[in-house]
Ligand binder design. Sequence first.
Ligand code: PLP
Length: 398
Amino acid sequence: MKEQIIQQAESKLMHTYNRFPMVLDRGEGMYLYETDGTKYLDFGSGIGVYALGYGNKEYNDALKAQIDKLLHTSNLFYNEPAAKAAKAVCEATGMDRVFFTNSGAEAVEGAIKVARKHYYNTKGNNNSTIIAMNHSFHGRTLGAVAVTGKPAYREPFEPLIGGVKFAEYNDLASVEALFDDTTAAVIMETLQGEGGIFPATPEFIQGVRKLCDEHGALLILDEIQCGMGRSGKMFTYQSYGVTPDVVTLAKALGCGVPVGAFAARGAAADALVAGDHGSTYGGNPFVCNAAATVFDIFAKNDVLGHVNEVAPYLWETLEKIKDEFDCVIDHRGIGLMQGLQFNAAPGEVVKAAMKHGVILIAAASDTVRFLPPLIVEKKHIDEMAEALRAAIKETLGV
Ligand SMILES: *Cc1c(COP(=O)(O)O)cnc(C)c1O
């Protein structure tokens, strides 16, 4: 049955992913199960989505109740879950207004439109440019890919949107060198995810904030992966004392349902007006009810307190593993978003860990990412570490 499902999927889905030969069927807490019952401890959360773990009753009940009421309204009308979720996002991010999208890439698209419109409103022309970062990741739509710092993701699809220049992450001089009168915005992740788990240095992010202020440019922080409590703050920029003008969210915002958002403050929050942007599904009551419920559960269960309690244990555990194995050359990250860099491609380590019952995911070409559901406990970290040690011994050696 499993082989049949894989074969059918391979014959009919586009080959845009090299998937692991696993057919996931259900989840419970920190664990995922295949159709054949094989059990895995999950340290990937569906790429940082399932922050509350699998089968959170309050979350599931809220979604089921909303299904029976109303799934969709279009944005020609108001709905209560969207109003609630908008208030929650603005309070948590420090932004004034939000637009709900269906994915992270769409949130990035919206942020770019805010930057261009804001520039157009203030400068009276549309010659704007955007500064983005090498090794960044912002999604796969044409606008998002245009600001993604990985040439292989861009080149086959050019011409993309123009006016994007790339600086080096954590190199303030490289950003400063690109600033001029046309700079509408700087876009970057507060903590680079796909690019290999690189946190911003305080000097860098604070310096970029200052450059944006001096030039009247917007700072767009992409918190799609590192936001929603993963760093131990609700948003990672909150630990740097920096507030962006625009922030993008997705992944754990819905904890499983497809919902993203871009939120903005000040003049940027009013840059887009009727006719400038829209989405048929965006902000529908089903996904917004999920997002509003996620914020409620975060507060009720003190998810941030829990992250701050267990994240240091993940850090210590991975530090030990780094010290034990010569093939592990670096350990980076914040909160429950950490990475181990290897001196070789980590694909075999990831596959071996799966054989030992633990799901890990790679980042960049040489890093293993640790993105567990935020409900992870010390015992799960121990269980993961045991599998990881075995996986490293079997593949890259001692
Ligand atoms: C995943 C991700 C995106 C893209 O989100 P999608 O929902 O896949 O479109 C954008 N930015 C960052 C930082 C991400 O991690």
